[in-house]
Structures are given as C-alpha cells and as structure tokens.
Design a protein around this ligand. Structure first.
Ligand code: G4P
Length: 528
C-alpha cells in the first residue's frame, strides 16, 4: 500500500456526549465490529467512573485506565480506525477539548429521552467553531423518549447544527420496531433483546411494498411512510461536501446497548468521514500528503510508576511518516530528538512500531522535553496552532507545606502543568501562585501526585475568582493603564507569560467590560 492509500484509509475521530448517553457502550460495539475485542464489557470495565471520589487509589487506577483507553485502534473494511478517547467526566473536560484538536471528525451521542444536555452543548460548540465534521447518533431507542422530529429540532436549536436524518426510527420504546436506513435505503427490523450480540436484523428494501404492512403492521407502515415524506420535505438531502465542511450533520438513530443501528452508523462513517485533514500551523497550512513529517503533542501522561519519572507524550501525525530512530526537530527547543521505541495503540494494548502515517497517534517516551502543543517536524520550523487553554472554574492559592522541599514542589507543579492537569497563574502583585482547574477533583490529584511522585507537600487556600480572562495584547493607552492600575490585585501571568484578568464575579466581569471597552478579554488563551 502506498503513502497516499495509507492516508486515505485512516479515520481518526472522537465520540463526544454528556455522561451516560452511551459513549462507552457505542465505543465497545464499534470495537466488536472491528474484531478488536471479543466480548462486551472490555471497555466498559475500564470506564472512568463518573463518581470519581477522593479515594486516591481510585484516582491512580483511573489515570492508568486513561492511558489504556487513550487511543483505540482497529481495522474495519480495510479502513484503519483510530478512536481517541474523550473523558466524559466534567472535571476532565479540558482533556477532552485538547483531544478534539487531534480528531478529524466526531460522532455525537445523544440520549433519546434526555435530548441535548449541557456537556454535549459545550463539546459541540468547540467542534462547530473548528468546522469539524460531525455525525449525530441518537441512542437508546429501545426506551421511551422524545419524538424524532422534536429531537431533530432540538439538536438544530440548541447545538446550532443543520441536520439531515440518514435513518428514521419506526416506533420507540416498547413499540420500537426498527429503523429505516435512508442512506442505504433499506429497513432493519429490531428483533429485540439481541443485547450483547452482533445485530440480528431483517433487511427489507422496498418501503412502498405491501409486505411492509405484514411485518410492522398497518399503522406503523403508514406512519413510517408519512414520517419519511415529512422528513424529506423538511430536511435537505445529505450533502457530503457540506458534511465535510461542518455545514451539515447527518443523524442516525439506534440503540448501542442492543447493537441496533450501530453497523449502519459505522458503514456510513467509514464511507463519508474524512481521512486526515490539512492542519493550520502558524506559518502555513500543512497537507497530510506532504512527504515531510510533522505532528503535535495533544496529551501527556505521566508514568504510573513513580520510580520512573518518564512520561508518554501523545503525538498526532499531521503529515509525512513518523519513523523509529529517525531524528526529528523539536521546534520549541530547536533540538533534534530520536525515538527508539515509539508506541502505536491498538484496541487495548500498545506496541512499538517502525512507521506511522498521518492520522495515527504515536506515544513517545519523554523525560521532560514535551509540553502540550509542542510541534515535531522533519526539519521545518512549524508551530501548530489551536490548542487553547479554557478558563478554569476553580481557583486556589497553592502553598508550600514543607519548606525543605521547595525545589521539588516547583518542579512538580511545572511538570504537572505541562501535562495539562491544571493551569498555573502567577499574581502580578506579589508573585503568589494560583492553580486553576476545571473540576475540584484535580486539586486532590495534584496534591497526591506532588507527594508521591515529587516528594513535595502542598496546601491550598481559596482564591475568590470566577473566571480567567486572557487580556489581548494592546498598546499602552490611558484606558489600558487605568485598567491595569485598578485591577492590579486581579492580574496574573499564565505559564506562557500572557496577561490574565481573574474576575471575581460575573458582575464584576461585566462591569469591567463596560468600563474598559477597548480592553479585549477572552475566555480561552488563544483564538479557537
Ligand atoms: P457514557 O459512556 O456516555 O457515560 O455511557 P455508557 O455507555 O456507560 O451508558 C450509560 C448507561 O446507559 C449504561 O447503563 C448503559 O448500559 C446504558 N445504555 C447505553 N446504550 C443504551 C441503549 O441503547 N439502550 C438502553 N436502554 N440503555 C443504554 P448503566 O446502568 O449506567 O450501566 P450498566 O450497569 O448497564 O453497565
């Protein structure tokens, strides 16, 4: 297989959803189709529990899991599928946002009864801003839920998408009879209770045929014909180009748990989903079929064994091939590095590979060279853009609780921040350090890891901030000077040295924006 064919057969994507909508179940069914796992439950048992507690062993166990399930790769119809895991737990949302910079498309899972939920809105917004192609899967059709048209409406309204159904349910919940597959133009009947097995369905091609009445009953047959007529009247025809540009989102219905509608989703996905897309670097747009290698770090994971301080940096390959033992330029450090044991990921294991292609993820052992967002190339000075930090939700001062271990503490904080566990802000006024996180859970993780991996102790103190707002660089005019003088106590620098305003409440943020209209504040560290 040549280079172009290798690229064309790769599908690198993420599944996003609000917790409990069925992301893990769907992932597992996709892996079963790919023959990557033999039994249901293999992924499920590895799931990061939503009720992550302050039990440290639990946190450690879960960190281990998140390495194991970071990338799940398998072959299906000769396509190489890479699923990038996106933690559903809200406290790990930032990890998910970063992973979304490494996917070429996404599948959005929505619960038929709950409809669009909060976490889905946030994640879809990020994908929409980046024009990532999205397919929507409405799950749990075996349960009572919302009317299909109402749901399609809700997806359009709340998520700001332009949908078109590619399948349509026949009944729902107790009366769920099956799905008409608009994309393949056939009917699959739900035989119920197929549960963990690969789907058992009856294919049926002609919707106008009177045989339909015999199988799903007169009322259902009429209802389906009416619904399809309405759907084709209201929604535009599927347009692959529009989907690829992020301007149209096809919708499938099904039940992941019962393995119903999953094969249809997968078949359509491998058919229409994009192979690795070009990526914007600060300098230029880089096409995946360029011969020279380039890639970027989107995730860093510390070694689970505290005796070995090395970490695993996850690189998404954007262009060219990545080869074992070949020197590559670490652009930020302006240094050539060689990797003797790059890891590739398969369903649940990782192994050393000699060559990887655009769309693939390689895991590189790292002793502290990498930060999230770093670029590696064959030699060209490129920097991939678009791994922003989002405003944390929680803020606390971090204090050194063991004066003898200051050095260890700062080293530990530095490395944990490189991994993207949390964000560090240094107050302009007095140099005190503030840790900002998306969820409260991270504080315990940081404290625990500082102690166990770096031998340092820390304590926290509340810092009353509501949001971190990055101040766009601007000229030193009177307004800017006054803003800096008045807000002195709330100004800090982030790790990259960018100025950040830590607003103490939504109200004060609003007042500040009104009072200093030319000072531009952003909720992400760089434009998304
Ligand atoms: P998540 O990763 O998005 O958080 O969701 P997950 O797959 O864990 O699914 C959440 C719950 O929804 C699970 O039940 C799962 O079995 C159930 N589920 C997933 N797909 C379907 C479906 O198509 N129909 C129905 N009826 N349920 C579905 P649980 O009780 O939390 O876990 P479990 O004890 O069943 O494993």
């Amino acid at each position: 297989m040549d280079f172009e064919q290798e690229i064309a057969r790769r599908r690198t994507f993420g599944i996003i959803s609000h917790p409990d909508a069925g992301k893990t179940t769907l992932t597992e069914k996709l892996l079963l189709f790919g023959g990557a796992i033999q039994e249901a439950g293999a992924v499920k048992n590895n799931k990061i529990k939503k009720s992550a507690t302050s039990d440290f062993m639990e946190i450690e166990r879960q960190r281990g899991i998140s390495v194991a399930t970071s990338v799940l790769a398998f072959l299906y119809n000769d396509k190489k599928i890479n699923i990038l895991d996106t933690p559903g737990h809200k406290d790990f949302a930032e990890d998910t946002f970063r992973t979304l910079t490494a996917v070429d498309s996404v599948i959005v899972v929505i619960d038929v009864a709950k409809g669009v939920e909060e976490q889905t809105e946030k994640l879809v917004e990020v994908c929409r801003m980046r024009s990532i192609p999205m397919i929507v899967f409405i799950n749990k059709l075996d349960r009572e839920g919302k009317d299909a048209f109402d749901l399609l409406d809700e997806v359009e309204q709340k998520l700001g998408l332009s949908v078109t159904p590619l399948s349509f349910p026949i009944g729902m919940g107790y009366d769920f009879k099956g799905i008409y597959n608009i994309y393949e133009k056939n009917i699959n009947l739900f035989s119920g209770n197929s549960k963990q097995n690969i789907e058992e369905t009856i294919a049926f091609d002609d919707i106008e045929s009177t045989e339909l009445e015999g199988i799903i009953g007169e009322n259902s047959a009429q209802e389906l014909r009416d619904n399809l007529e309405l759907a084709t009247g209201v929604y535009p025809e599927f347009d692959k180009e529009a989907y690829l540009e992020g301007a149209q989102q096809p919708v499938f219905f099904g039940s992941a748990l019962n393995n119903f509608g999953v094969r249809e989703l997968l078949d359509c996905f491998v058919d229409i989903a994009p192979s690795p897309r070009p990526k914007k670097a600060e300098e230029r747009l880089v096409a995946s079929n360029e011969k020279d290698f380039s890639g970027f770090v989107f995730k860093i994971h510390a070694n689970m064994d505290p005796k070995h301080r090395d970490r695993l940096a996850f690189i998404k390959i954007v262009s060219g091939t990545f080869e074992r033992n070949k020197p590559y330029l670490h652009v930020r450090l302006d240094k050539k590095l060689k990797f003797s044991s790059p890891n590739a990921f398969f369903a649940e294991k990782k192994e050393i590979v000699d060559i990887s292609y655009p769309g693939d993820i390689v895991g590189l052992h790292d002793t502290g060279n990498f930060k999230i967002g770093d670029t590696l190339t064959s030699g060209e000075k490129l920097s991939y853009t678009g791994i922003p930090s989002f405003s944390p939700e929680h803020f606390r001062y971090i204090n050194n609780a063991d004066p003898m271990k200051a050095k260890q503490l700062y080293k530990g904080i530095d490395q944990l921040m490189d991994e993207g566990v949390a964000q560090l802000f240094t107050l302009e006024l007095n140099g005190r350090k503030i840790i900002g996180t998306v969820g409260a859970l991270q504080y315990e993780v940081i404290q625990y890891r500082l102690e166990h991996e770096y031998g340092a102790k820390c304590s926290y103190e509340n810092f009353p901030a509501h949001k971190a707002c990055w101040v766009e660089p601007m000229e030193e005019n009177e307004e800017f000077k006054e803003f800096k003088r008045v807000k002195q106590k709330f100004l800090a620098k982030d790790k990259r040295g960018q100025l950040v305003f830590l607003a103490d409440s939504a109200f004060s943020l609003q007042m500040t924006q009104q009072k200093y209209p030319t000072v531009r504040l952003r909720f992400t560290s760089e434009p998304t």
